[in-house]
Design a protein around this ligand. Sequence first.
Ligand code: HEM
Length: 410
Amino acid sequence: MTITSPAEADALIVELVATPEGRADPYSRYAALREHVPVHRSGIGFWVLTRYDDCQRILRDPRMGKDFSGAALALGLSEEQQAEQAAFRDDHSNMLFADPPDHTRLRSLATRAFTPRTIEGLRGSVVSLVDELIDGLADGEVDVMDALAFRLPVTVIGEMLGVPAEDRPQFRPLVRASTAVLELAVTPEALAAATAARATMEEYFAGLVAERRARPADDLLTQLIAVEDGGDQLSERELISTAILLFAAGFETTTHLIGNGLRALLSHPDQLARLRADRSLVRPAVEELLRYDSPVQLAARTAYEDLTIGGHHIPSGSIVLALLGAANRDPGRFTDPDRLDVGRAEGAPISFGGGIHFCLGAALARMEGQIVFDRLIDRFATIELVDDQPTHRDSLTLRGLVDLRVRFAA
Ligand code: HEM
């Protein structure tokens, strides 16, 4: 694909944001943008970055923040609907949408539960859980998204946080509905569903917090409540919002690491065979799967001061989109970037973001991914895609599959 005018670049961006073609193949569109207009001011008002170094820079720049108030972040919504979407992002009661000093305070409360050391301590129980789920796959044809990709991470984060097992399945549609607000194209119906889903989750977690107050347990929610009750560091609203963020972020993205990752491996039998033959490659393989088809494709920031990127003047107040999925395929950063190479040793991809908002759950997600791929290969001599063109979810920011039918044989 070539781009000869800003209008052509904009047309590609609209395809990425809102069309089935863009979902099926974002990477050739990213490549065209990166090659021809790596720092592009789109007609819809955002600046779009596709080079690895530029994306890293804005994520680490303290002059960039998360205050999107007043900004139209989606295509095709009325003013009233824009305001409804903005209400999600303008709720600064959890770390994802907060700037320092609130961000520092909100994040530090949860940090201890997610250090690589604490997470490593969970390895044994995650291995048992994966084995249990794999037992349920048996020989034959299975939708992996449901049977494994969702169930594993929702169980792990549910156990950590203290969300009872019987309550977890209802969150799959609720979280999916609520993430519509992270998208650049959202229909009025999807927006209404997101608002309703958020209200349901807030009500649920308010109830769970009340229950833990009455009967403390050995879980992260009880620890967060203890922090709140110990002083004024965390308001009730912040507590509920943080619990929802940890729970939702804990499974929604990891589900798609497993789904996108398995699909990529099964579409490259030579790489699967390589991993099967040398299991010490499982760590670099997970990094490579994260790079190759990341569950999170973009991160947005607002410029709080004028700045220059790639020779372009970006005025204060501009919204800047870092296309992480494009940065991960930047030939300036990764050799032969469109090739899947489970032994690649070129450093981490940008899939977990960067700077102060760097993913809190990165160590957990990596560990879950490593265990899943390792144990699946152990258990099954043959693993094959039933459908090699599975359907993608209708979203750009969060990239994942609706279902993934796979045939297993021991
Ligand atoms: C493969 C799986 C995952 C991917 C690709 C991923 C990706 C990301 C990215 C890109 C960000 C930064 C967003 C931004 O800069 O605007 C982020 C933030 C975050 N992630 Fe993850 N994530 C994953 C798994 C998890 C897990 C398992 C948890 C567990 C609770 C988690 C919790 C969070 C939290 C709390 C933040 C906000 C951090 C902050 O704002 O300081 N994530 N994640």
